[in-house]
Design a protein. Structure first.
Length: 351
């Protein structure tokens, strides 16, 4: 305030050797300006600053400050010495501005009809039945209404122990909780997220309260995600002569390593025989970095007329296959006729 400003000026005047008596009139003029400008008998509150002082003074009244202004209603409370001094300074400023508490804030009156506390305990989980695919996210919401604050616990049924176990320490199961007032009681809401999902994460989940015997249960079903795979054979149609060698290449792209099987159609039994032992297989990572690429090469040497027919390659554990046809020609007879193949080949005409 003004007292501090006067002390600083006097201290500067006494300690500075360069100051002399000729500067005394200047010092007196500065002090007079300070006294006139900071005079406590003049109102200096305007605009936003006036509203701020009035709001702070109202807080003083709400906390029990004994006001001397007219129309001010004081509430019960007790202030510290520091707060009391601040409130007195604000009161002095308002007195100079002829301020009176014309609209005092009313004291809070008790509600004649207070809400009845909710003593009923309810708990609900949603959704009760959830179906998701592998690598997805499952979300369960458990909502409980209780008379007193409580905590929600989550359990998951474990097949290995045939019992429910808590989710503590499981990184893929995360729960968040929120507590709020509702109808005179309390509402507890907990959200459980399971991600990323595996096939073994399916089963029963339940939420329960710590201090109340209330339980809600839900079922999660996880579907296996169909793997992305491809199978191709080349060439699809091959024509060779007897005693030559036929070569077929079967290429597969799968998410996990798998084995390729070869089969050949036999006319006599009208079925397929396993000839996988005649093939050479090579397994390596796919070029795009996702999955595996399997390459199997089947060579049939010293061809005979009976070796012609249908050849098929298959992937183990995958419902797919690729087929190719082989036509073996016999040596030309004197009349130049070529015997027909064992059975017609799609796309080829029998000579």
């Amino acid at each position: 305030g003004i007292n501090s400003a006067i002390r600083l000026i006097l201290l500067f005047f006494c300690c500075d050797r360069r100051m002399s008596k000729k500067h005394l009139p200047l010092l007196l003029i500065v002090l007079a300006c300070l006294v006139f400008r900071c005079s406590p008998t003049k109102c200096r509150l305007k605009g936003r600053w006036e509203k701020r002082v009035i709001a702070r003074y109202q807080k003083c009244l709400d906390k029990g400050f004994q006001s001397s202004l007219g129309g001010c209603k004081v509430h019960s409370g007790r202030l510290s010495r520091y707060r009391t001094r601040r409130c007195r300074r604000m009161e002095t400023k308002l007195k100079n501005c002829d301020y009176t508490c014309s609209n005092p804030s009313p004291s809070p009156t008790p509600n004649p009809n207070p809400p009845t506390p909710n003593t009923e305990v309810t708990i609900k989980i949603s959704p009760e039945n959830l179906q998701e695919e592998e690598s997805g996210t499952a979300v369960f919401t458990c909502t409980a209404t209780v008379p007193k604050p409580d905590k929600i616990y989550w359990d998951r049924f474990a097949l290995d122990s045939n019992s429910y176990q808590g989710i503590a320490g499981q990184t893929k199961l995360q729960a968040s909780e929120k507590l709020s007032r509702k109808d005179g009681g309390w509402e507890v809401k907990s959200v459980l997220k399971v991600a990323p999902l595996d096939y073994d994460d399916g089963g029963s989940y339940r939420c329960s309260l710590k201090n109340y015997p209330a339980i809600a249960q839900a079922v999660l079903k996880v579907q296996k995600k169909a793997p992305a795979y491809a199978l191709k054979i080349s060439p699809e149609n091959e024509r060779k002569e007897e005693s030559q060698t036929a070569t077929f290449t079967c290429t597969a792209t799968v998410p996990t390593p798998a084995k390729i099987y070869w089969h050949r159609f036999v006319l006599t039994s009208k079925g397929y025989d396993d000839i996988t032992n005649l093939a050479k297989e090579e397994v390596q990572h796919a070029k795009n970095g996702s999955g595996w690429q399997i390459k199997s090469v089947l060579k049939v040497g010293q061809l005979k007329f009976a070796d012609g027919g249908q050849y098929r390659c298959m992937l183990k554990d995958y419902p797919t296959s690729a087929e190719a046809s082989l036509l073996v020609q016999q040596e030309s007879s004197p009349n130049g006729n070529i015997p027909p193949p064992p059975f017609p080949i799609p796309g080829e005409e029998t000579v």
